[in-house]
Design a protein around this ligand. Structure first.
Ligand code: ADP
Ligand code: MG
Length: 451
């Protein structure tokens, strides 16, 4: 039996039954394995997901499987183990971060809070550079403040750039300096999970009480509740109740308040009321600084040249940067060898290749300009004639698709245009793709040429 084909049909059934949101959050991270020809193992990447899925969706999944085939005699749910092959959509790194997120359990007590924070994520261990100095200063200010002068503090930026680190650092700082304060730190996903659970077990009063009685509420990755109406509604009321009482709210997200698609307008506007600070991608100097700091905490001598090499090659984000260093050090420790540039190149070859392949907005502008025989400078010029404006929109669209830059960052690279111009371009191009076959062809050819 083709277990993957089976799982695909089950998934398509569940996705139409549950809708995109629920499906994406809970079902699509699962993978499957067939044991002894008749036992279907459904594998979850972390405990949180495992519990949630087996409590809420098990019977629907079983029904869907049984309606597809009569060959499966038993269905079991289990946690992913190290031996499982990687037919996961998520990378190892994501899974690791999911496991970390799992620790973010609601707590009313600081002792409990301390248990779920990561002890390494403090202000002392946060290396400051140009790209994060503003967010750092804002976080510090809020951590030290007694009056919630900036409410909410909203920190946003790409993956692995230190948002969770800053939130943890604020929490640690408050625990140490003001131990009588009640602090809650949790991911938006966990907030939703707690909320749904409360609704299910009819104790929303406790839920509300728990969240509305804190001095500091921190919610990590708020974009998770985009498009989830009832959770948003609840969050909105919690948020207002706290801000009205002058309690500090701290939020992180992957984009600015106004760019949070699927977030209600009133929520977007309130999120932007306080202090909004972004973390940008790192530059070489900061990456080297982070590596040096990290290396100094290890009992292992890492040559300067190796650190420089990693800082130069691994540019995607700090999480990957740290991962690269860890890998090199682990290898050296296990094989009792000294760390050299040669072994580093060897061990990190896959990461280096992935980073080298990274597409930049400049590449896209160049290729698109060539394709339409216009000048690269037209990409940032003010010219509005269609034969120039259209290619420019295409380049913006491809920048959104093929890079990890935020909309405002993309706008900046096109002659300082506003992010709404980029949104408009993306929409326009998507519309043309779906209505004009030759246009669609053009985009496909360009995409291929660029990546
Ligand atoms: P995000 O929440 O933005 O996705 P994280 O805060 O989880 O990113 O950061 C990913 C990893 O990189 C963490 O291990 C964190 O400690 C580390 N990191 C990020 N920025 C810095 C920094 N400026 N200094 C030291 N470590 C950092
Ligand atoms: Mg994070």
């Amino acid at each position: 039996m083709d277990v993957f084909a089976l799982w695909r049909s089950v998934c398509s059934k569940l996705s139409s039954e549950y809708g995109e949101d629920v499906f994406k959050s809970w079902i699509s991270p699962l993978s499957v394995e067939l044991r002894h020809g008749t036992i279907l193992s459904i594998i979850a990447p972390n405990k949180f997901l495992l519990d949630w899925v087996s409590n809420n969706y098990a019977s629907d999944i079983k029904d869907a499987v049984n309606s597809e085939t009569s060959e499966i005699e038993e269905i079991e749910f289990r946690l992913k183990s190290e031996n499982d092959s990687d037919n996961y959509k998520q990378s190892e790194l994501d899974i690791q971060s999911d496991l970390n997120d799992q620790n973010s359990v609601v707590s009313s007590f600081n002792a409990e809070l301390a248990g779920m924070l990561d002890p390494r994520l403090t202000f002392e261990n946060f290396v400051v550079g140009k790209s994060n100095e503003f967010a750092y200063a804002a976080a510090m200010r809020v951590a030290e403040s007694d009056t919630a002068e900036f409410n909410p503090l909203f920190i946003y930026g790409g993956v692995g750039l230190g948002k969770t680190h800053l939130l943890n650092a604020i929490a640690w700082h408050i625990i140490h300096t003001k131990p009588d304060r009640k602090v809650i730190y949790l991911s938006a996903e966990k907030f939703m999970y707690e909320f749904i659970k409360a609704v299910r077990f009819k104790n929303t009063m406790d839920f509300k009480e728990q969240f509305r009685s804190v001095d500091v509420l921190m919610i990590d990755d708020i974009q998770f509740i985009c498009g989830k109406e009832s959770t948003q509604e609840e969050f909105f009321h919690t948020f207002n109740a706290l801000v009205d009482k002058n309690r500090q709210v701290i939020i992180s997200a992957d984009s600015s308040p106004s760019d949070l698609d699927g977030m209600e307008e009133r929520m977007k506007s309130r999120l932007g009321w306080g202090l909004v600070a972004d973390v940008h991608p790192t530059n070489y100097e900061l990456r080297l600084g982070i590596l040096q700091h990290k290396a100094s905490t290890l009992d292992y001598q890492v040559p300067k040249r190796v650190l420089e090499f990693i800082a130069q090659k691994v540019t995607s984000n700090v999480r990957e940067l740290e991962g690269a260093l860890n890998r090199v050090v682990a290898k050296a420790m296990l094989t009792h060898k000294e760390i050299t540039l040669e072994m580093t190149t060897d061990i990190l070859s896959d990461i280096i290749r992935a980073n080298d392949r990274k597409v930049t907005v400049e590449d896209i502008q160049k290729k698109v300009a060539e394709h339409f025989s216009i000048r690269i400078s037209d990409m940032y010029s003010d010219k509005r004639s269609k034969n120039i404006a259209r290619p420019r929109q295409i380049a913006m669209y491809l920048s959104k698709k093929l890079t990890t830059l935020s909309l405002p960052d993309i706008g900046r690279k096109f002659g300082g245009r506003d992010h709404t111009t980029v949104i408009h371009a993306v929409k326009k191009v998507e519309e043309l793709i779906s209505t004009d076959i030759s246009f669609d062809e053009d985009i496909k050819i360009l995409t291929k040429a660029i990546s």
